[in-house]
Design a protein around this ligand. Structure first.
Ligand code: NAD
Length: 285
């Protein structure tokens, strides 16, 4: 069976590789540059960063050094909570481009639904219409945020990047997104290494059955559900392992077994946590 990374198509026809490398918390220049080099060598072409990760310059430099043409790379960044607002977003976008050393983004996301996201979205619509962003989307948006945004703006978000893993599969939000052709992207696809997710007996048994690792079983579960995944690792063997998920598929029965891991509990931040949204909307001096 072939092992090519599949593409998913947005509502506007633009495609996104279904697997990318997440680079949250990766700030060490040597380590991150090496991770990107290994990922590119393994066939990754999609990288997910954000202003708040404070590593856009390193990502941009590492991609440049690879000599892979810009148009073969899919690059995502995100506008942070204290940059919301029309003018602020335009300035934040340009600053991200400058740090990344590029003149367009493949995908730009509203990182969290903090105050003023409608004005932020209007700036993103304009940048999209001007061709500076190939696709625009959101992250950490609940159904009520999406409904509010869609009732006040022109373009429906093309993607929503949300915490998703077998313990928190997001079935309700996912069904709403499907109705509106909003692609589902998972952050924390491996459960962020928390709560012993990867040592659950269901996953160990399936790993044995398919001759894969528990991480590969979980990533393949996402792929079967049509979800875009951006697992993070700085370990070369894991970066390669996480890429090696397109040469097998899980049976319906085994997908159902993984569904039993649903606890309905998040492992990380709640998009409706107003204290977090307010605190992180204050620009540091
Ligand atoms: P993740 O689920 O990708 O987990 C990463 C951790 O899993 C690693 O630190 C490592 O400990 C472990 N791991 C990785 N590969 C493994 C393997 N093959 N076997 C065993 N363990 C393995 O969590 P994440 O980094 O939080 O999420 C992925 C990406 O999503 C981030 O890097 C970032 O780009 C994005 N993200 C976005 C948001 C958001 O608010 N939009 C929030 C968190 C993360």
């Amino acid at each position: 069976m072939e092992n090519e990374i599949k593409n998913i198509t947005f509502s506007n026809g633009v495609t996104i590789p279904q697997l990318g490398l997440g680079v949250f918390k990766m700030k060490d220049e040597k380590e991150l540059s090496e991770a990107i080099r290994v990922a590119l060598e393994a066939g990754y072409r999609h990288f997910d960063t954000a202003m708040i990760y404070e590593n856009e310059a390193i990502v941009g430099q590492a991609l440049k050094e690879s000599s892979i043409p810009r148009e073969e790379i899919f690059l995502t960044s995100k506008v942070w909570n204290y940059d919301h607002g029309y003018e602020e977003t335009k300035a934040a976008f340009q600053a991200s481009l400058d740090r990344l050393g590029t003149d367009y983004l493949d995908l730009y996301l509203i990182h969290w639904a903090s105050a003023n996201y409608i004005e932020t979205w209007k700036a993103m619509e304009e940048l999209y219409n001007a061709g500076k962003i190939k696709a625009i989307g959101v992250s950490n948006f609940q159904i009520h945020h999406l409904e509010d945004l869609m009732s006040h703006t022109e373009i429906i978000p093309m993607i929503n990047q949300i915490e998703t893993h077998p313990a928190f599969p997001q079935d309700e939000l996912r069904a709403f997104m499907a109705q509106h052709a909003i692609i589902h992207e998972a952050w924390g696809p491996l459960g962020q290494g928390k709560n012993d997710l990867l040592t659950q007996s269901v996953l160990l048994e399936l790993a044995q059955k398919y001759g894969k690792t528990p991480a590969q079983i979980v990533l393949r579960w996402h792929i079967e559900r049509g979800i875009v995944v951006i697992p993070k690792s700085v370990t070369p063997s894991r970066i390669r392992e996480n890429r090696d998920i397109f040469d097998f598929s899980l049976s319906k029965e085994d997908m159902d077994k993984i569904a039993t891991l649903n606890t309905g509990e998040r492992y990380s931040g709640n998009p409706d946590d107003q204290e977090f949204l307010t605190r992180t909307s204050i620009r540091p001096n």
